[in-house]
Design a protein around this ligand. Structure first.
Ligand SMILES: Nc1ncnc2c1ncn2[C@@H]1O[C@H](COP(=O)(O)OP(=O)(O)OP(=O)(O)O)[C@@H](O)[C@H]1O
Ligand SMILES: [Mg+2]
Length: 369
């Protein structure tokens, strides 16, 4: 199977006076794994169902494999789809469920069985052909839904939170399976999720949606390391935010006053800011928990934030330290330090310095959400 490119051209959807999707443009090359990531209600399902053809857009076009399919019915678009809530036919066996799209396409019975078997092998359920959906676990049902979506070897595969109902362990193994399946098939995949970890691990690129608009489009590393707005910074990965304001410049670098005389140097990391920042402008400083270090109070140095340990907990691969700042209104900073059996735990109340590493800091205008 060879994937087909998908071009979504300024697509929009309004329900009455409410805009569910603004004018979203996405150019997805053949064989790409693109995730659509966003909070509940941001328009992910609406976008996907317009690509599939189950909803018609209020504006814009959908081009698949170079053909304008905007006016075409779903069954003529040759797209495999896994829905948000798995929708197997309860009265059909697993094999009959998977054979259904083949039957719809007029493929003769003797050819169907072999393709059903192959699809069952791909999702690693070879011995389940004769079972009924209610005799399967949630994860198995979901795999059958995936098998049904891929059995006719569609060049485009759309998946709407296909793993949402599964527990963490099963979700992670299914993520790997889906990813390997996609590589083997070469299909273009548009994968909807509200789980940022899932999007980061599975995708070639991620489209972050906010309120029906595209907030940012980029590779997982791009989205994580260079968020262009406080919204994306906050939604993808963990982030600490501190309120401050631009103060004067030191040697060409902006400084930010955080309160009570604590000043930090932005070290040039003023991305996500419209460029015209003036002294006194309110900003939000964003700090990734894993880009911070801790030291006993008074070590000195640049970009050091004084605080006190509120709690320290073991979290598996890292220790999580909750620090309350000694300046401003006493905000909370989360600090993640890779677990090191040798380290003495900090007692509650210990005065510490939170050290902001180079590149560990982003600055955003305060106005945006
Ligand atoms: N048939 C409809 N009629 C009116 N409004 C709708 C309809 N379908 C969706 N909406 C609205 O459009 C917006 C986007 O909905 P959508 O289902 O695309 O969100 P989502 O990102 O998939 O959310 P979730 O993560 O909860 O599945 C929501 O505000 C929703 O209420
Ligand atoms: Mg949805």
């Amino acid at each position: 199977m060879i994937g087909a490119p998908v071009f979504i051209d300024r697509i929009g959807k309004a329900y009455g006076s409410q805009t569910a999707i603004g004018a979203v443009t996405l150019d997805i090359p053949a064989g790409e794994f693109l995730s659509i990531l966003g909070p509940s209600g941001s328009g992910k399902t609406t976008l996907l169902t317009m690509i599939a053809g189950f909803e018609s857009p209020s504006a814009g076009r959908v081009i698949i494999g170079g053909r304008d399919v905007t006016a075409m019915s779903p069954d003529r678009r040759n797209i495999g789809m896994v829905f948000q809530r798995y929708a197997l036919f309860p009265h059909l066996t697993v094999a009959e469920n998977i054979a259904f799209p083949l039957k719809m396409r007029g493929i003769r019975k003797e050819f169907r069985a072999e393709r059903v078997d192959r699809a069952l092998d791909l999702v690693q359920l070879p011995d389940y052909a004769k079972r009924y959906p209610h005799e399967l676990s949630g994860g198995q049902q979901q795999r059958v839904a995936v098998a049904r979506a891929i059995v006719f070897e569609p060049p485009v595969l759309l998946m709407d939170e296909p793993l949402g109902a599964l527990d963490k362990k099963l979700r992670e193994s299914m993520q790997l399976e889906i990813k390997q399946l996609q590589r083997r098939l070469g299909a273009t995949v548009v994968y909807v999720t509200h789980d940022q970890e899932e999007a980061l691990t599975m995708s070639d690129r991620i489209a972050v949606m906010a309120r029906g608009e595209l907030a940012q489009l980029g590779t997982p590393a791009d989205i994580y390391c260079n968020p262009q707005s406080a919204f994306v910074a906050d939604f993808v990965g963990k982030m600490n935010f501190l309120a401050g304001e631009f103060s004067n410049e030191i040697a060409g670098s902006r400084t930010i006053r955080l309160g009570d005389g604590v000043v930090i140097d932005t070290l040039g990391a003023v991305a996500g800011f419209a460029g015209s920042a003036k002294i006194g402008d309110r900003v939000r400083v964003a700090l990734r928990p894993e880009r911070l270090a801790l030291a006993a109070r008074g070590a000195g140095g640049k970009n050091v934030l004084p605080g006190r340990i509120e709690t320290s907990v073991f979290a598996g691969s890292f220790d999580l330290h909750i620090v309350r700042t000694d300046f401003g209104s006493g905000e909370i900073i989360q600090v993640q330090i890779p677990t090191d059996g040798m380290r003495e735990p900090f007692a509650t109340g210990t005065p510490v310095d939170v050290i902001v590493e180079r590149d560990g800091l982003r600055v955003f205008a305060d106005a945006e959400g």
